[in-house]
Design a protein around this ligand. Structure first.
Ligand SMILES: [Mg+2]
Length: 338
């Protein structure tokens, strides 16, 4: 098989900020696998939080190109196992190749990936994320999200004055509201803040503290305000096992774990341990949303709005109607370049 790649510039509708910083433009990398007249694509969305950059991704691709043609693209398990053995820290790259291989296979037999995985057709309600912004922008974002059909919102919190934004959101929206603090608090602050947040009736609270404070998570769960999920604390399958009894659920993202195959292992572990599962994403095009949406029927919450935050999505094939993401009738992961 032949592996090629190119950068993909993306522009956001609004500057998007969390308690860890913000962006108004972003660049990702499109990966292509070609073999036997069929092509599959995947998108690398590197995150510095996990030691991934565009440069580290391209360096890994340069090495992978040297050996990957030894494998047939239908041998997804073997390829992903070898990718993890050689390039474990570059899981965003592994996720994109895993996605491109599933896409190749689906296009080859003209069936969608979710069907080849034996799953139900995805029709998944996604939360729409309201990043940290001033009052006017927050209000505009909420109105836009509701006009676009969002029926569940996720708000980024964990900065000074975040309750003002929550007041604005709750004045306009009574439905499910998820709150993500992105590691903002110390254990002492977290107890106070989670108690205070009860008046906003959160459906769940995500990553209140840094990973080093995971042992304090049960105290937040005992407050009974909302289920406590973790995101930054949970990258890979082994983390799910470590978090047993500490968190109510985990937020699985493909660029943390390495794609469909690793995500399925995490979901199986989480379910076996009685934990909730959420699927998340970073800002990206629909090409990176598609493989996650393909398995979204297995999860409790989906936060797959990464492409909805773009001014223009270079990929088409995913519909967003009434707050629900679903596929059209394209084979493979279900999107194609506009
Ligand atoms: Mg998060």
């Amino acid at each position: 098989m032949k592996l090629t790649w190119s950068r993909l510039p993306l522009k956001l509708k609004h500057r998007f900020a969390t308690s860890q910083g913000g962006v108004s433009e972003k660049e990702t990398i499109v990966v292509r696998i070609e073999h036997d007249g069929a092509c599959g694509e995947g998108e690398i969305t590197p995150s510095r939080l996990y030691g991934q950059t565009l440069e580290s991704s391209e360096a890994a691709l340069g090495e992978i190109r040297g050996w990957i043609d030894r494998f047939h693209p239908a041998r997804i398990h073997s390829v992903v196992t070898e990718l993890i053995r050689r390039h474990d820290p570059q899981r965003a790259v592994i996720a994109a190749i895993d996605s491109a291989l599933h896409d190749w296979m689906g296009r080859r037999v003209n069936r969608p990936t979710w069907e080849l995985l034996g799953l139900d057709p995805p029709a998944c309600r996604t939360t729409f994320t309201i990043g940290i912004a001033d009052a006017d922008t927050t209000h505009r974002k909420v109105v836009e999200a509701l006009q676009a059909g969002a029926t569940a919102l996720k708000a980024k919190i964990g900065v000074e004055g975040d309750t003002a934004a929550l007041d604005i959101i709750r004045n306009a929206f009574d439905g499910p509201l998820l709150l993500d603090a992105n590691e903002a608090w110390t254990p002492e602050q977290a107890i106070q803040r989670v108690r205070d947040l009860s008046r906003y009736r959160p459906a769940m609270i995500e990553q209140p503290m840094k990973r080093e404070f995971d042992a304090h998570l049960p105290k937040l769960r005992e407050l009974g305000v909302a289920p406590i999920f973790v995101d930054e604390s949970c990258e890979r399958p082994a983390d799910v096992v470590r978090l047993r009894g500490l968190a109510d659920g985990v937020n699985i993202k493909f660029n943390k774990c390495g794609g469909i195959r690793e995500a399925l292992r995490m979901i199986a572990l989480a379910r076996g341990l009685g934990m909730g599962v959420m699927l998340g994403c970073f800002v990206c095009s629909s090409l990176a949303i598609a493989p996650a949406l393909a398995i979204a029927s297995l999860c409790d919450y989906s936060d797959l709005d990464g492409a909805l935050l773009l001014a223009e999505d270079p990929y088409e094939g995913i519909r967003f109607e009434g707050g629900v993401l679903s596929f059209g009738d394209l084979p493979g992961v279900g999107v194609r370049r506009r």
